[in-house]
Design a protein around this ligand. Structure first.
Ligand code: FAD
Length: 507
């Protein structure tokens, strides 16, 4: 009987290893080399069947990988045994991105705060090896011709306001950074989470088969994956995006709504290099033209779902005509300085104005052709009412999803990754269980208020622009002009959007 059990256990271990090894191509195999195929000491004497981990990160998107990279970079956390669970094929193929590859339609505007974080964890040097575009100017205006503002990095004595990077570059840079840390114990599980078992409870779909009764588990949470394998961890991090399984399985409730707007995104080519971030508010939503390096720009254009479906399918020439129309004279006139009279109601502030006030309106560079396919994303606002419970925590889009109008979503997620890794390090330093809810609530306390404030601002802007009504248009224009002419306000807006300063109420 005992021999039979032993044979079964050995067979199972072999099956698990084979599964993991066979799914991992180059990078994946390298990533998992530190414990797939070897017996981890923590598993000895408990179960050879199920791998034990300190942290299981569900979701190897940009935010999940940033957390792994941050843990790998800190002396107090680099010895933790970390699992990353994600079936994303790009992660498995090693995410080999070449500079000469055609540009991807999915990009992110990253803030100076995110750049500092990436530098701190050693990932920015990899970003710099690929296509990216720093920008030092941003022009925002609206279709009424009333609202106009220009931001310049010089206003806050900085070299740039942000940098636009393709998502696959951010992801591959983080992955390279993790691979570089050979002493970091990490395992990639090329699969998806189906079930979470906490202590004796089980949530989710799928079988609950375990070799041992739950009281004998070394680590308190068991995760079952779609490929039939299981693992256990002290701390499960839900970094699995807007439709987070972890959030649902662990019972976190959310507040939010869907916007009746979709975003059409694509990459386009100009005859000249674009070096400014442009955003124009149109009746159906904003259109942004973001530089991504070489002669390419990325378009994020928000509109109602029907328009989005039509614009995705229409011939390229018609689409380009619409884009150029939307970025120039379409829907209304160019802003004119005489409407508010060279600062108009704010002209008394002139002696104190910032340098960009004197810069006049510019028409964005003309779009010549499509450089990628068009993709459509439904937009929503969603916020988890809590980010932390015993042994489980949420970060990134799993905790909060926002409208992309100010390019803040993933930056908020990177802020979570940084804050959580620091809280975990704090727990390790004082010898606290890293799944302890009081420790995880520290992370929640730090991030929740900040994220809610940013969400409120983004939702407010979205709502202010969803109504086309004369007096409101003038009010919006006044707000635009205030943001343009009142120097301290302008500096505060730039610093806040850069992620470098909190709103005064939080500082
Ligand atoms: C049109 C558009 C433009 C945007 N532009 C910007 C911008 O300019 N700047 C900015 O800051 N933000 C921007 N955002 C927001 C940004 O894209 C998101 O905030 C970001 O992708 C969130 O990253 P994440 O890692 O939290 O989640 P995701 O990117 O969604 O990654 C989640 C990962 O989890 C994995 N996963 C899901 N379920 C499971 C499961 N059950 N088991 C295992 N793995 C699972 C997925 O495969 C995926 O890899 C934009 C969003 C949109 C829609």
């Amino acid at each position: 009987m005992n021999r039979l059990i032993t044979r079964k256990v050995v067979e199972n271990v072999h099956r698990l290893r084979t599964l993991q090894m066979s799914f991992c191509t180059d990078a994946g195999a390298k990533l998992s080399s530190s414990n797939v195929g070897q017996e981890h000491p923590k598993t000895q004497g408990v179960s050879n069947k199920i791998q034990e981990h300190d942290v299981a990160i569900v979701g190897g998107g940009m935010v999940g990988l940033a957390l792994a990279c941050s843990l790998a970079s800190m002396p107090l956390t680099k010895h933790l045994n970390v699992a990353i669970i994600d079936s994303n094929p790009a992660l498995l193929s090693g995410l080999r991105v070449k500079k000469e590859d055609p540009p991807d339609p999915r990009v992110s505007t990253v803030t100076p705060a995110t750049m500092s974080f990436f530098k701190e964890i050693g990932a920015w040097k990899y970003v710099e090896q690929h296509r990216h575009a720093y920008f030092d100017k941003m022009q925002v205006w609206d279709y009424t011709g009333l609202g106009y503002t220009k931001y310049n990095a010089r206003d806050v004595d900085k070299e740039f306001l942000g940098c636009v990077v393709e998502n696959k570059v951010l992801q591959s840079s983080l992955l390279s950074c993790i691979q570089e840390r050979t002493d970091f114990q990490k395992t990639i599980y090329p699969s998806r989470l189906t079930t979470l078992h906490r202590n004796s409870s089980s949530v989710g779909v799928g079988s609950t088969s375990s070799a041992l009764p739950t009281h004998e588990w070394k680590n308190p949470v068991k995760l079952d994956l779609t490929d039939g394998s299981s693992l256990r961890a002290k701390l499960v991090v839900g970094a699995d995006g807007a439709k987070s399984n972890v959030r649902e399985l662990a019972g976190f409730t959310t507040t939010g709504w869907n916007y009746s707007q979709n975003a059409v995104i694509c990459t386009v080519e100009h005859d000249i290099e674009n070096q400014c971030a442009w955003q124009r508010f149109l009746p159906s939503g904003p259109i942004a033209l973001l530089p991504i390096g070489d002669n390419y720009s990325n378009i994020v254009w928000t509109m109602n779902p029907k328009e989005a479906a039509d614009r995705k399918e229409m011939p390229e020439s018609e689409f380009l005509k619409d884009v150029n129309y939307a970025l120039d004279y379409g829907f209304g006139p160019h802003p004119s300085s005489t409407r508010f009279g060279n600062g108009g109601i704010f002209s008394w502030l002139k002696p104190d104005v910032t340098s960009s006030v004197t810069e006049s309106f510019e028409v964005p560079p003309k779009v010549m052709k499509l450089a990628s396919g068009r993709m459509v994303f439904p937009l929503s606002l969603r916020h988890a009412n809590n980010y932390a419970s015993k042994n489980v925590v949420l970060i990134g889009d799993a905790a909060h999803t926002v409208h992309p109008l100010a390019g803040q979503g993933v930056n908020m997620g990177f802020g979570d990754a940084l804050a959580l890794s620091k809280v975990i390090a704090e727990g390790v330093a004082v010898g606290t269980d890293i799944g302890e809810v009081s420790l995880l609530k520290k992370f929640e306390g730090e991030r929740k208020l900040e994220n809610i404030a940013m969400m409120g601002i983004l939702d407010g802007i979205q709502k202010a622009y969803s109504v086309d009504f004369g007096p409101l248009n003038v009010l919006r224009a006044a707000a635009f002009h205030g943001a343009n002419y009142i120097s301290p306000l302008k500096k505060n807006i730039i610093s806040y959007a850069s992620g470098e300063h909190r709103l005064p109420i939080f500082s």
